[in-house]
Design a binder for this molecule. Sequence first.
Ligand code: ATR
Length: 277
Amino acid sequence: MHNAAFAALGLNWRYLAFEVDPKQLRAAIAGAQAMKFTGLNLTVPHKLLAVDMVDALDESAKVWGAVNTIRFEGRTTQSDWLPLREFNHCVPVETRTQGFNTDAAGLAASLREDLNFDLQGKKVLLLGAGGAGRTAALKLASENVLELFLVNRTFSKTLELQVEITRNFPSVYVGLGYPKTEVDLVINATSLGLKSGDASPLDEKEFSLKQTRAVYDMIYRPAETTLLKAAKAAGCKTANGLGMLLHQGAKAFEIWTGQPAPLDVMRRALEQNVYGH
Ligand code: ATR
């Protein structure tokens, strides 16, 4: 999606994938910096490690405690730090790394666009309290959901998350376990559904899909998980995580280029790449 977007904007840039051993993450970032890369994306398991490896942290990375986007910046003669794109062909002597996180904003943008869902004042059941679940829970709380119910295989993680949310967003009610009442949205942030034959992450003996209006699954491959299939059959509005992938990418694109991301071009490239049509 990034290469399609660069082409659409006439930028002579390339987005490439590299597999990096976590033990070599620091060296990999330094290497990219030395080669005057414009920026990087990082994914599992590097997002948490990178927090301690960048020179500056944007508010988004501080809040979510994880870095999925790095921008390389150069020092101007006035001692300001500017993205490398601003320097044209005169490469600055001194550069630094700044870490950002676009995952949470990507989720909120996708919920808005794909489900027409505004989080404020809503009741949400969130399945999963790992890395993705934690970021989602904090984002939902920061967008002023009214009630948030947390369910996770390992109960202690929901307890820790409840403490963290209550400390930072005291007005949000955080319940542990399945709600007895109806909710507006169920979000799957577990990895259950990625593999064929995986069970649904939702225990329908504890919570019926009739109790929610909408279901969002962060998994985008397969396009329709067991959970989404059941949700559709129960008459819920549904969306998968492709929109979250798109929007976190679009926000990273804007951080690097300083230009609005060509969303339609990126969405088409992503669908082509992920689903082959
Ligand atoms: P990510 O960064 O993608 O969120 P993660 O931090 O490893 O990855 O989190 C994976 C999530 O899927 C967790 O909520 C995990 O539950 P645990 O905290 O109990 O490990 C959940 N998960 C993974 N496999 C599962 C399974 N077989 N049944 C239920 N939950 C599962």
